[in-house]
Ligand binder design. Structure first.
Ligand code: IPE
Ligand code: MG
Length: 220
């Protein structure tokens, strides 16, 4: 989810208002993801490096996330969505950490879509934490489970980055080893169901070989 700040600035209403519009886009895209039959959707809400932003903006984002998880949990549960939040929780405001725990509990039975929101998230930190826990004979599968840190999470098939930048910014680095990458100039608050559909159409046209040659990849 990138481009909220620029969206707000371009409208002369400020970056925080852009983040607010970004939450509306989350609601739209979660509905669209369910309609598209997506199994797992991970949204990058706040990176560990985002703590370095002005305190007022950080506070506004934290308040918005708290409002979203608090107000949306029942609706998500009714829609069959399981919500989990990845990233560090010990640096979040206590009220937000509690709201996340409550929303995760309220939506735990959801099976239609697993919605993950990354908050105070750093892929490098997740990999480092896994490395600290892994023994020297840890298998790749076991290490992967340590990195991912929660159940029933597949590797990433598609990374969509809105907002025009073409980089991963410390997002799901391990899980994205063979992810297809899709970049769009659309700012996140303008990202619509049609944009998701376009990204999925492009994804389906890609030839994924996973390091193999075409004939072998098709058979694998
Ligand atoms: C993405 O929007 C949301 C967060 C990182 C919290 P940005 O805040 O990065 O928006 P731009 O990139 O400055 O426009
Ligand atoms: Mg940005």
């Amino acid at each position: 989810m990138d481009g909220n700040g620029r969206w707000g600035v371009r409208r002369g209403i400020g970056r925080s208002a852009g983040h607010c519009a970004g939450v509306d886009a989350i609601r739209r895209i979660v509905e669209a993801a369910i309609r598209q039959g997506i199994g797992t959707l991970t949204l990058y809400g706040f990176s560990s490096d985002n703590w370095g932003r002005p305190a007022a903006e950080v506070g506004a984002i934290m308040a918005l996330i708290r409002h979203y998880v608090g107000s949306e949990a029942d609706r998500l549960a009714a829609a069959g969505v399981r919500l989990t939040v990845i990233g560090r929780r010990d640096r979040l405001p206590a009220g937000l950490a509690a709201a996340i725990g409550a929303a995760e509990a309220a939506t735990a039975a959801g099976t239609r879509l697993h919605l993950r929101i990354a908050v105070d998230y750093s892929a490098r930190e997740a990999i480092l934490a896994a490395a600290r826990r892994a023994g020297s004979d840890c298998s790749r599968e076991d290490f992967s489970a340590l990195v991912i840190g929660e159940r029933d999470v597949p590797v990433v098939d598609l990374v969509i980055r809105a907002g025009g930048e073409k980089r991963l910014s410390d997002f799901l680095l391990w899980e994205s080893a063979y992810a297809e990458l899709y970049f769009t100039d659309r700012l996140w608050p303008d990202f619509e169901a049609e944009d998701l559909a376009e990204a999925l159409t492009e994804f389906r046209s890609r030839h994924r070989r996973f390091g193999l040659v075409p004939a072998h990849a098709a058979a694998a």
